[in-house]
Design a binder for this molecule. Sequence first.
Ligand code: PEP
Length: 244
Amino acid sequence: MRGKLVVGNWKMNGGLAANARLLDRLVTEWQPTEARSLAVCVPFPYLGQAQAALASTAIGWGAQDVSAHASGAYTGEVSAAMLVEFGCRYAIVGHSERRQMHGETDGLVAAKAGAALGVGITPIVCIGESLAEREAGATDVVVQRQLGVVIDALGTELPKIVLAYEPVWAIGTGRTASPAQAQQVHASLRSALTRARAPDVKVLYGGSVKAANAAALFAMSDIDGGLIGGASLDAMEFLAIARA
Ligand code: PEP
């Protein structure tokens, strides 16, 4: 059984005091089971705070990006080895905000995933189509292209990733893919992963997931949990999603 995973993406939000309250609430309230896991991906400066708060709990933590390079003259970048020093279990790579605002290509995203895997961190590889691509009927072509580059780059390491399908038109917009729309894409991704000998990769859904719609999405056979943006900043909402 693949088990469910819910990951919060705080994006560029938070502050020491607010983080402490949020993390404390999660630690107090979260009851893990074998079937479900919880994690938060926080801004780089707060990794130490997340590590201190979560180290002796069942809640994982990670970063929202990682450099494809090991070290050197890459001002502003953070290496995978640095993330290991802060106990990160996960690193999000290829979030659509980075693809759109920072010009990240499929190839760079795959290289970042490889860098994370190289130090034992699980990359959460984000893929998804824009509204224009969906309306042009190109959803499957786009997500299969994005996944295909990762499959080709990672080879036998592929089973160690987590994949997140995040339709760009649903991120932070309040518009969510219906469970049936999401399941259709997830099933297609699952087929590609199975052909690539990685049938058990968790495939998360992301895009305006809330407590009110999480249960219906997570009930789909190929949806293994969620990557949660805005709603992960509210402890009770985030926990309600994770319990859904
Ligand atoms: C995200 O940032 O990955 C995301 C899914 O955001 P939101 O839940 O706010 O749409």
